[in-house]
Design a binder for this molecule. Structure first.
Ligand code: FE2
Length: 186
């Protein structure tokens, strides 16, 4: 595992770079390390509800660009140069360079409740970056977080649309094995 990945939490919604991101994700614990390996969740309905007006007006009506380019393209973080160090099979692909557009604020397709649906991946726009950074800081704030400590034989299922999540790492030297699958959006 390289130092860059070990030192940084990456908040994200699973596969938001797809035209129709998954509705949910399932994570089944098999081997849980004695330390570390937790998953953080951040509620994007709560983050939007509590957002101060000053910040709330800025993402209104805006589109976020979602792409896996910086992660899964051949020259990305999990690309060809990373093959030796990872425990998960990832196939880098030029397909990862595709970009999807999703509203930064959108309604949950089942409840109708508004939430933030954006996370930062490789937007090189000098005007957009400060806003995205400020939003990122806000939407992953401790007030909106839940920290989940996994257990062996525990199945966790979450709604991928109003939640961001992040792996905490911190289990270097210990074995960790989980099975994961995603639930397609209807
Ligand atoms: Fe994930």
């Amino acid at each position: 595992m390289n130092a860059r990945r070990r030192s940084r939490k990456t908040w994200h919604g699973d596969r938001s770079f797809q035209p129709r991101p998954p509705a949910g994700t399932c994570l089944y614990g098999i081997v849980i390390p004695p330390v570390g390996g937790d998953t953080l969740f951040a509620n994007q309905h709560a983050a939007l509800d509590a957002m101060p007006d000053r910040l709330r007006q800025r993402p209104e009506g805006r589109i976020a660009l979602h792409s896996a380019k910086k992660a899964y393209a051949p020259d990305g973080l999990y690309g060809e140069r990373d093959r030796q160090s990872r425990s998960m099979v990832i196939k880098p692909s030029k397909d990862a360079e595709a970009v999807q557009r999703h509203p930064l604020i959108r309604c949950h397709p089942e409840t109708g409740r508004e939430g933030l649906f954006g996370y930062i991946v490789g937007i090189d726009d000098a005007e957009a970056l400060p806003l995205l950074f400020e939003l990122y800081q806000w939407q992953s704030g401790p007030a909106f977080q839940y920290r989940h400590r996994g257990q062996a034989e525990m199945l966790v299922i979450w709604d991928n649309r109003p939640l961001l999540h992040a792996a905490t790492g911190g289990y270097a030297g210990h074995h960790r094995l989980l099975h994961r699958t995603t639930i397609a959006a209807a």
